[in-house]
Design a protein around this ligand. Structure first.
Ligand SMILES: [Zn+2]
Length: 357
């Protein structure tokens, strides 16, 4: 038993050591800035980096890390994937600041879920920016940064659940699902991270249907659960009385549209090579997901303003703190899952290299 634990610990230490191969801040700021290589067609990058119907605008692999950071200002086929989420960050911060100034938001137990929702939204946006900006460096970087992207998505799912549960849910909904909701939301958030990491590790292009099953079933169940208090309220409450319901409707509509563009490579499917810089379905997915987050922020602020006096009385301080303590626990579990999958991916890549020699 002890040997097994020690072996697992040393394996984890090795995984952490492997991370030292990723860039340090000192690498990024030392020396003169490198010159950026021109983008190349799909045929000049490994298959892993090729996106369906995107024929050009790929950044060459194995450049200096600083080239990928500086490619923020270069025209390539990931530019708008980066900017669509990068620009959402200041917009979200401005709306946060405007709402806090208008409604007030003291640092207390009642405002904790709102704060964690904001942290979760910023986490997924920043990790998505990092993934799209830096993944082209190498096959390892591609896997590593997309595993982290899945961590961001899981954390965001749980951040939304906290907001919906404490500020949006109605008593009749809580009587039915109640205390099972947050543990269920945390479990399915972790499962969606684990499912996406596993699918990325396991399957190669052309992707089999099992890949979509691993990604979409846990993520879909997590969304249905997370949104259930909102849907219940939309169906049982008069819309004329509560302005937040319009924002909740908009967040659901934006999410459904984003899910469509995430799953289907349109419009590039109909115009191969014409959407290499602008117009890719993934860019549209990013825009709708950012809009979904902004509508959620507005809706949650209005729900918070309406319920902040009663939220501690209804749920109790203990449940608020417990709900919020599980947030860093979930974050840690997802990071460990991503690192563990990275370790298996490294092993698989080494085996492939040995076979090719
Ligand atoms: Zn993306």
């Amino acid at each position: 038993m002890l040997t097994d634990i020690l072996q697992r610990f040393s394996a984890f230490t090795l995984t952490v050591k492997h991370l030292s191969r990723f860039p340090h801040i000192s690498d990024l700021i030392s020396g003169s800035p490198p010159s950026l290589a021109a983008t190349v067609p799909a045929s000049e990058v490994p298959t892993l980096f090729r996106e369906p119907y995107i024929l050009s605008g790929y950044r060459p692999v194995q450049q200096d890390w600083r080239c990928y950071v500086l490619s923020l200002f270069q025209r390539h086929n990931e530019s708008l994937n980066v900017w669509t989420h990068l620009l959402a960050v200041p917009v979200l911060l401005i709306r946060w600041w405007a709402n806090v100034s208008a409604l007030g938001c003291p640092l207390d137990a009642a405002s904790l879920p709102l704060g964690l929702f904001m942290v979760s939204a910023l986490t997924y946006l920043c990790l998505s920016v990092a993934a799209h900006l830096l993944q082209s460096h190498s096959v390892r970087a591609h896997y590593f940064f997309f595993f982290l992207d899945y961590v961001g998505v899981a954390v965001y799912q749980y951040g939304c659940s906290l907001g919906h549960y404490f500020y949006t849910s109605e008593p009749a909904w809580r009587d039915r699902i109640g205390r099972l909701f947050l543990p269920g939301a945390a479990l399915f958030a972790w499962l969606s991270c684990a499912g996406c990491c596993f699918a990325k590790y396991k399957y190669r292009r052309p992707y089999p249907v099992q890949r979509k099953i691993c990604q979409l079933i846990p993520t879909g169940v997590a969304y249905v659960l997370d949104i259930s208090p909102v849907v219940h309220r939309l169906l049982t409450t008069s819309w004329t009385q509560e302005s937040s319901l319009t924002f909740h409707t908009l967040q659901i509509a934006s999410f459904l549209l984003s899910a469509f563009f995430f799953s289907c490579p349109v419009p590039e499917r109909f115009f191969p090579g014409r959407c290499d810089f602008v117009g890719q379905g993934h860019q549209v997915f990013h825009v709708f997901l950012s809009m979904c987050t902004l509508f959620q922020l507005e809706a949650l602020f209005q729900d918070y303003a309406r319920r902040r006096e009663t939220v501690v009385v209804v749920f109790g301080e203990w449940q608020l703190w417990w709900g919020c303590v599980t947030f860093p626990v979930l974050l840690t579990c997802c990071i460990l899952t991503a690192l563990l999958t990275m370790r298996y991916t490294d092993k698989k890549l080494r085996e492939q290299k040995d076979t090719n020699l």
